[in-house]
Design a protein around this ligand. Structure first.
Ligand SMILES: [Zn+2]
Length: 139
């Protein structure tokens, strides 16, 4: 794959330098059959350095996962070699089954069928708390 010539796929741009591997893993990109390129430490006027991920296939990305890991990311949808859609991810208000509560006494640790739900309680500091026991989520 030529890095700059995706025909149909997705580009995740403006990833905070160093976070691309976490996004790659958490989105399950290692399970894809198509080409995936991770470009690290790209020089950026705005950010100094940034990471970029290019996925050479149509793939539905979980925006909540990206938003939780790195709310700076821009998602670009590429069709026929052109950007047809471009948007910024946002810090999600709730995380459902994205992270697990570490509190051993939490109901979600005891009852395995319960959804793992975290609620954004402090937007400025990106703090999420478990909906059930209010434990703070650590990244
Ligand atoms: Zn909990």
């Amino acid at each position: 794959m030529k890095i700059d010539s995706i025909k149909n796929g997705i580009v995740l741009d403006h990833i905070t330098a160093g976070r691309s591997m976490a996004i790659y893993k958490n989105l399950g990109l290692d399970k894809l059959d198509c080409s995936v390129a991770i470009i690290k430490n790209v020089k950026s006027e705005k950010m100094g350095k940034k990471d970029i991920i290019k996925i050479d296939d149509q793939f539905t990305v979980n925006l909540d996962v990206i938003g939780y890991l790195d709310p700076n990311v821009t998602v670009c949808i590429i069709e026929d070699g052109k950007i047809v859609k471009k948007y910024k991810v946002e810090l999600p208000e709730t995380l459902v089954n994205i992270a697990k509560c570490k509190n051993p006494r939490c109901i979600t640790s005891i009852e395995q069928e319960i959804d793992q739900v975290f609620v954004l309680t402090d937007k400025e500091n990106h703090v999420y708390r478990c909906k059930y026991c209010e434990s703070k989520l650590k990244k």
